[in-house]
Design a binder for this molecule. Structure first.
Ligand code: SAM
Length: 260
């Protein structure tokens, strides 16, 4: 019977792939691949004779939802034909990625075995390169456009990470970049919670062993004029110390006293 597994390749070519992901790639009947770099596709082709690119589904002007649906349909067609199918995605297949989640859910609805193998995401590289422990003061992650379209309650005593900041504010769901006017609106939203000279870091993990990550820190007000790409992530460090909750601490103390 057909079966689907979506695996993560990690961010850096050849460096982050786990043994389980590798064995699924090698042992499935068909491998579909969605990665931003053609070099990564070539690398996968050395692991399996039938590697099919999902990249042609991306096209400027095409709705992103259609792109994802096309990817899901390609993978599901082979599962329905009785094949064991592997979807290989860069990073973690379940982190800010719609097609792998949708494909697994659809395969299960149709009665097929389907599961996900985690991978090293941009988030994991960010913690390593920038020396951030998300557990120290907490860390919130949002998709940049969603963060602009909806009111969120920000905690400026924690880290804030904004994904897809290069297309922040895009409501067409078709573009590969938005301009400085959109980024200015993002700055306008952030200045409600952070000072305008607060340092923010544009982060781009290295994807080849020979390249270095981009870690460019600029004041918040300079963000509209800072080059951003599809693969940029914005990191906003806290601008205030943790605020003690004296009322809760008093209640805990009361419980402690009752225990003693
Ligand atoms: N599944 C991917 C992962 O595990 O990292 C994320 C895919 S999401 C559709 C694309 C977003 O991931 C980008 O807009 C950016 O925020 C982040 N991203 C992708 N490549 C990156 C890189 N090399 N460095 C930093 N962030 C990256």
């Amino acid at each position: 019977p057909g079966r689907l597994v979506c695996v993560g390749l990690g961010m850096m070519l050849g460096a982050h792939i786990g043994p389980r992901a590798r064995s699924h790639i090698e042992q499935s009947d068909v491998v579909f691949v969605a990665v931003s770099d053609p070099v990564v596709e070539l690398w996968l082709q050395q692991m399996h004779p039938d590697v099919r690119s999902l990249q042609p589904h991306y096209a400027e002007g095409k709705l992103r939802h259609q792109t994802y649906r096309g990817m899901v349909n390609d993978m599901l067609a082979e599962v329905r034909a009785g094949k064991t199918v592997c979807g290989a995605f860069y990073g973690h297949p379940g982190v800010f990625a719609k097609a792998p989640h949708d494909a697994i859910a659809q395969a299960r609805r149709e009665g097929f075995d389907a599961h996900m193998e985690p991978g090293v995401s941009a988030e994991d590289c960010l913690y390593a390169d920038l020396g951030i422990d998300p557990g120290r003061v907490g860390c919130a992650h949002y998709e940049a456009s969603q963060f602009m379209f909806y009111r969120r309650r920000l905690d400026p005593s924690a880290y804030l990470v904004l994904w897809q900041v290069g297309i922040a504010g895009d409501r067409t769901y078709r573009r590969f970049a938005t301009g400085r006017e959109y980024r200015q609106l993002l700055v306008d939203r952030l200045r409600e919670d952070y000072p305008l000279d607060h340092p923010v870091t544009v982060y781009e993990a290295a994807t080849l062993p020979i390249t270095q990550p981009r870690m460019e820190t600029v004041p918040l007000h300079a963000l509209p004029d800072t080059p951003l790409h599809m693969h940029s992530t914005l990191v906003v460090p806290p601008c205030m110390p943790l605020q003690r909750d004296d009322a809760m601490l008093a209640r805990i103390e009361a419980v402690e006293r009752a225990e003693a």
